[in-house]
Design a protein around this ligand. Sequence first.
Ligand code: MRU
Length: 365
Amino acid sequence: MIESDQLIETPPTIEWVDGSVHILDQTELPHSQVVLKCTDVASVVAAIERLSVRGAPAIGVAGAYGVALAAVLYPPSSSRVEFDAAVHNLRSARPTAVNLALMVDRVAALAGEAPAAMLAEANRIRDEELAASVAMGINGADLVAELCGDRPVRAMTICNTGGLAAVERGTALSVIQTLHERDKLVEAIPLETRPLLQGGRLTTWELSNMGAPHRLIVDSAAASVLARGGADVVMVGADRVAANGDTANKIGTFSLSLAANYAQVPFVVVAPETTVDESTPTGDHIEIEDRGDAEVCGFGQTRFSPQGTSTMNPAFDVTPVDLITALVTDCRVVNYRIGETLNSTPFRNDNDQARLGPDHQGESN
Ligand code: MRU
């Protein structure tokens, strides 16, 4: 793997360049823009594991390009063993976000075809994520106008759900960007998001880049800001939405939903339809990634806990559907508060059903 620094323009989150996968290293943001040039699959796996690329849709795209890279390195004429091991390692690099396994499987299903066909599928996955981000922004901003009245709002959010997490624009942050473009955003209120500070480092950077007003808060300030009427809506992303609507997202999301419900502020989940996993019946069945002690005991090179401190470091939590006002996807809005469910809410567009396959839960109009 080769690294480059001192870039003038912000490079894409993930890009296929001349037979390699280029990943903008999010662990270095916002201070340096370093591109990891992954020429082998192990480097892509390592980048996903260490969160150089992160966010459910973005790791799905990275996984897809990882399989395309494996197809180039281990073409159909060579042994399947190395290709299969590469697919396995990509698929299991992070367990909670369903998008990773889904997109790895989608490209790997073409094994045996020419590497160019697998690269074309990875490009298609990236393009679908871009289109989904735009659609979620529109659907979400329309819903916010319905829930809050057609007026500028203060929108609280957690973690990073922007273009860095989904290739471009993002999920919840795409809605915030759309509100800003419509002059309907008073301010965004990102939570810093301990332990890795995706909110403090990445969301603030993306909000600054889009010129959107914002004030960063520490995670523990969220409940009191909400209870004192400091936000009109809370919008979060998702790593996996179970069939009943229970939603896994960054650790802290469940607490935020409790605070939003206490303050009677709408709590909206924004995710592409590909994050809905109908094979997972409820949130109890979602595997929660546990990460190491170092992230809790310090940050970067700084360690603040005594040597030997034991930790619990779940990277995600599950918000039960009854604490969620609505789910916004690229294909539909499911308003749980008026009794809608994933099963009963049709897609707005027939083409979406065809694209997502007959097994997907939404029914066409
Ligand atoms: O651990 P991360 O940074 O990958 O967690 C990301 C999140 O929890 C996001 O909210 C989620 O992936 C949805 S983002 C578009």
